[in-house]
Write a protein that binds this ligand. Structure first.
Ligand SMILES: [Zn+2]
Length: 136
C-alpha cells in the first residue's frame, strides 16, 4: 500500500507512516529499504502487518521525496573523499567541537576555531546569508 511519512526521527530510529485510509503504521529504521532514509512528508510504498501494538509497516520503499524534505536536504560534499554526506557532529561535554565526514572521518567543519580567524568570519557570513534566505 501507499502512504506518507508522518514523521521519522533519525535519532530515535523510528516513526509513523499514514496510509490513504488515514491509519498510522509504526516503522523502525530497519523496515526501510535502500540507502535513503525516509523523511517526514515522503511518499512511500510498504507492506503492513497487524501486530498487538497496531499496524506496522515493513519493506518501505521511497516513491517520492517531499518538497519539504528536498528543501531540508542537509547533505554536503566532503572535501576529502568527495562523497555526499551529512556531517556527523562531534561534541565533548555538551559543546559541539566539530563535524566529520561519516565515510572518511575527516573533519568537515571545526567549530572550535578562534572567533577572529577569517575562516570563522566567512562561515558566519555564509550562515547569516543562509538563515536570511531560507528563513523567509
Ligand atoms: Zn569524506
Amino acid at each position: 500500500m501507499r502512504g506518507k511519512v508522518k514523521w521519522f526521527s533519525r535519532e530515535k530510529g523510528y516513526g509513523f507512516i499514514t496510509d490513504e485510509q488515514a491509519r498510522d503504521h509504526y516503522f523502525s529504521v530497519q523496515d526501510a529499504r535502500g540507502a535513503n532514509l525516509p523523511a517526514s512528508g515522503d511518499h512511500v510504498q510498504f507492506q503492513s502487518q497487524d501486530t498487538s501494538r497496531g499496524p506496522r509497516a515493513s519493506g518501505i520503499q521511497l516513491v517520492a521525496r517531499s518538497e519539504e524534505g528536498r528543501r531540508g536536504d542537509d547533505r554536503v560534499r566532503c572535501g576529502h573523499c568527495e562523497r555526499k554526506m551529512v556531517p556527523r557532529i562531534i561534541s565533548y561535554q555538551g559543546v559541539v567541537e566539530r563535524s566529520v565526514c561519516p565515510f572518511c572521518a575527516e573533519t568537515y567543519r571545526d567549530f572550535m576555531l578562534p572567533p577572529s580567524t577569517p575562516l570563522w568570519r566567512w562561515v558566519a557570513l555564509v550562515v547569516f546569508v543562509l538563515v536570511v534566505f531560507i528563513g523567509c
